[in-house]
Design a protein around this ligand. Structure first.
Ligand SMILES: C[S@@+](CC[C@H](N)C(=O)[O-])C[C@H]1O[C@@H](n2cnc3c(N)ncnc32)[C@H](O)[C@@H]1O
Length: 313
C-alpha cells in the first residue's frame, strides 16, 4: 500500500519557505511521517543540500525512505525519537544544521491504517504507541492507571468536560473485564454522554482518544525536552519551524520562542538590562500562521494547525 496517499501534509509551501534559507544546507525533518513535507523540502535543495529525517514509527521510516529515494545519498531516514536528535546528528558527523522542522501529532496513515487502535471508528487492539518498541500501551494505561491519573490525562490533554463520568465508566467496566480494544473504549466513553450528545457530528470519544494518545507517546514531555536542547544544534542563521495541532503544544512552542527572543530577566523597572542574557532566536513572524479556508476544506485535519518559526541568532 502506498501509505503516503493517505496523509495530506499541512501548510507545505509555507514550511519549505520558512525552513530552507540556504539550498546548500543540511536540514532535519524530525517527524518525517509519510514524507510529504520532506519531499518538498528535499526538492528545494541544491545537489549539495542534505536532509536528515527521523520518525519513531518504523512504518513511517519505510514509507518515507521510498518516497525520498529521489534524493539518493543526500537523504538519511532513521528510526529515532526527535529527542535523540543530538545522537543522530553525531552519527552523521554533523554538529549543527541549517534548519529543523517538526510536524507534531500523528499522521492520517497511523490513524486509519496502522492497526494500533488510534481511531475510535475501528475495532483494533488498544495500543496507540507510535513506536511499537516503547513499553506502555493505551490498554495498560486504561486498565491499570489510578482513576485520578486517568482524570488528569483526560482533563489536561483532552480538555474533556465529562472526564469524571468517563473515568467512572472505565473504572466500573475494568473491574469486570479488561478493556483491550478501541471499540470497547469508544463504546464506554459514549455511554458516559447523554443521548442528545451522542448524535453530534464530533464523536464523544474524540477527546478521550486524543488525550490517551498524547499520554502514551509522552508527546508534551518530548516536545519540552526537544525545545530545551535544540538551540545548540542549529547553526547561526538556521531556522526552527514547528507545526502544532493542539493548544498545549502551540503554547509551549510560542512561549519558548518568545523567551528565546527576549530572555532578559531584569525587573521591568530597570532602564537597562543588567542580566546580560543574549537572545537565542528571533521569531520570523509574531502571530502563528494558520491554513486558509480552502486548505481546511481540502484537508479537514489542517483545521487546528498553527505554524511558528524562528531564526537562530
Ligand atoms: C503529522 S505526522 C508527520 C507527517 C509528515 N510531515 C508528512 O508530511 O507526511 C507526525 C509524525 O511524527 C511522528 N512522531 C511523533 N512524535 C515523534 C517523536 N517524538 N519522534 C519522532 N517522530 C515522532 C509520528 O510517528 C508521525 O509519523
Amino acid at each position: 500500500m502506498n501509505s503516503h496517499r493517505f496523509h495530506q501534509s499541512v501548510l507545505v509551501g509555507e514550511v519549505a519557505q520558512y525552513l530552507v534559507h540556504d539550498p546548500d544546507g543540511t536540514y532535519v525533518d524530525g517527524t518525517v511521517g509519510t514524507g510529504g513535507h520532506s519531499e518538498v523540502i528535499g526538492s528545494g535543495l541544491s545537489p549539495n543540500g542534505k536532509l536528515i529525517c527521523l520518525d519513531r514509527d518504523p512504518d513511517a521510516v519505510r514509507t518515507s525512505k521510498k518516497r525520498l529515494a529521489f534524493m539518493g545519498e543526500r537523504v538519511r531516514v532513521v528510526k529515532a525519537n526527535y529527542v535523540a536528535l543530538k545522537d543522530v546528528l553525531a552519527e552523521q558527523a554533523c554538529d549543527a544544521v541549517n534548519g529543523v522542522f517538526l510536524d507534531l501529532g500523528m499522521s492520517s496513515y497511523q490513524l486509519e491504517f496502522s492497526g494500533r487502535g488510534f481511531s475510535f471508528t475501528r475495532n483494533e487492539p488498544l495500543d496507540m504507541r507510535m513506536d511499537p518498541d516503547e513499553e506502555s500501551t493505551a490498554s495498560e494505561l486504561v486498565n491499570h492507571a489510578a482513576p485520578s491519573e486517568l482524570f488528569k490525562i483526560l482533563k489536561d490533554f483532552g480538555e474533556e468536560k465529562r472526564a469524571k463520568l468517563i473515568v467512572r465508566a472505565i473504572s466500573n467496566a475494568r473491574r469486570k473485564s479488561a478493556i483491550v480494544t478501541s471499540s470497547q473504549l469508544a463504546a464506554l466513553v459514549k455511554s458516559a454522554f447523554p443521548q442528545a450528545h451522542r448524535a453530534r457530528r464530533r464523536h464523544p470519544a474524540t477527546r478521550t482518544f486524543q488525550a490517551l494518545r498524547i499520554a502514551v507517546n509522552k508527546e508534551l514531555q518530548n516536545l519540552q525536552t526537544f525545545l530545551d536542547t535544540i538551540p545548540l544544534m542549529i547553526a547561526t542563521g538556521g531556522r526552527l519551524v514547528i507545526l502544532s495541532y493542539h493548544s498545549l503544544e502551540d503554547r509551549l512552542v510560542k512561549q519558548t520562542m518568545m523567551n528565546w527572543e527576549n530572555p532578559c530577566t531584569c525587573p521591568p523597572e530597570f532602564l537597562h538590562c543588567v542580566c546580560g542574557k543574549p537572545p537565542l532566536f528571533k521569531r520570523l513572524f509574531k502571530k502563528g500562521i494558520k491554513p486558509t479556508a480552502a486548505e481546511i476544506e481540502r484537508n479537514p485535519r489542517a483545521r487546528s494547525a498553527v505554524l511558528r518559526a524562528a531564526e537562530r541568532i
